[in-house]
Unconditional design. Structure first.
Length: 386
């Protein structure tokens, strides 16, 4: 009874997170509520018979709803046979839930259960009754499953992103800084949506027993997210204003990196497993600082000073701090009558993720020489074996 009642309460709350004017900012909350809904359905399918549910209820009520909501099957009114049962027809899909919820309320009243709990169930019963009557009225995207809704709103939201300002009124004197700030906005949007929304949608169809998760889904769950660019230019950046970064498989964990720095950051190189990357920036200027991460170590935060040049980097791992590398000597924007010289800074991290890569966006040998921008990749720790 408690499972059915909780399921009804959650089901009736879902439309509250789908108001069109607020659909994009509410998407993480929608994903959270939908995750509870899908998990309850999966638990009922996996264990419902042992709780006392009939196999008919599990297979004709819970499983069809799970498949519809997760996109495991494409269910439309045109596909439904004219004689389908009340448990499987879209227009009458809430009948069994209403009956079970009514029984739960009656049992709760006779056993003097919590008045607050019973009031919650009564509210859910009323809301579910209204929703059931409304199912017969056709609505836009009526049959849209949760993953499809999420991807539609995520794409819609991406088209509404407003780029960050460049952080200086000297954009003309600092070419590439406006473009870098714009792509930094998209990196933040994509990362937040991947962490808090898209990841949920990937594993929903595989919560029921007997469904193996394909490699492509595992790669999506382990996909690299990004922060940056910090500084100037957008060379090597794998995303644009019109497309998110592609999903690439994890070759190996980040094991070492070398920062070359003196006045500012001169170069960077990294190693995954036993394979070194190409040299980014200069391979000879500055002093080389090599960091070899232990097998259970990961970089969780990077402090960056940037502006006209990439001034300094400091890496914080779960074991210690490396740096600061670079003196940020040529980072500050030129002073004006109204503004003294200043640099920009950021603490870069993604909760639950470890740094997986870093790339220099531009390097010049002209005076003053040095790197002029950087962006970072992060992958989830839970799948990385750290």
């Amino acid at each position: 009874m408690h499972h059915t009642s909780f399921l009804s309460v959650v089901r009736t709350s879902i439309p509250d997170f789908q108001l069109e004017d607020y659909a994009v900012p509410a998407l993480p909350w929608f994903a959270f509520a939908a995750n509870i809904h899908i998990t309850l359905l999966a638990n009922g399918i996996n264990d419902g018979v042992s709780w006392g549910y009939t196999d008919v209820f599990v297979q004709q009520t819970l499983r069809p709803e799970f498949d519809r909501k997760t996109g495991s099957v494409i269910a439309t009114r045109a596909d439904e046979p004219s004689g389908c049962s009340s448990n499987t027809c879209s227009g009458d899909q809430g009948k069994s839930e209403l009956e079970l919820l009514a029984d739960a309320i009656t049992a709760g009243e006779s056993h003097h259960w919590s008045a607050e709990l019973l009031d919650t169930w009564r509210t859910a019963y009323s809301a579910l009754s209204v929703q059931r009557r409304g199912l017969l009225a056709e609505r836009e995207n009526e049959n849209e499953d949760y993953p499809s809704y999420i991807h539609r709103q995520y794409t819609r939201g991406r088209s509404m992103v407003k780029p960050y300002p460049p952080g200086t009124n000297q954009a003309i004197e600092n070419p590439g800084i406006t473009e870098a700030a714009a792509l930094r906005t998209y990196a933040d949007y994509d990362a937040e949506m991947i962490m808090n929304v898209l990841t949920y949608a990937e594993f929903w169809p595989y919560l029921v027993h007997g469904r193996d998760m394909p490699i492509s889904v595992q790669e999506n769950l382990d996909r690299e997210i990004f922060s940056g660019p910090y500084g100037r230019y957008t060379e090597q950046v794998p995303w644009t204003a019109s497309s998110p970064p592609p999903v690439t498989p994890r070759v190996a964990n980040l094991t070492s990196f070398i920062v070359r720095a003196y006045d500012d950051i001169d170069g960077y190189r990294q190693k995954w497993g036993e394979t070194w990357s190409a040299q980014y920036g200069s391979g000879t200027a500055g002093v080389a600082h090599q960091v070899d991460l232990r097998p259970d170590e990961f970089v969780k935060n990077i402090d960056v000073v940037f502006g006209h040049k990439l001034g300094s980097l400091r890496f914080t791992s779960n074991k210690g701090v490396y740096g600061t590398y670079g003196a940020a000597k040529n980072t500050a924007f030129s002073p004006t009558l109204d503004t003294p010289a200043y640099s920009l800074n950021a603490s870069v991290n993604r909760t639950g993720y470890g740094m997986s890569s870093a790339y220099i966006t531009h390097w010049t040998g002209a005076t003053p020489p040095g790197c002029e921008g950087i962006f970072f990749g992060f992958r989830p720790l839970v799948l990385g074996g750290v």
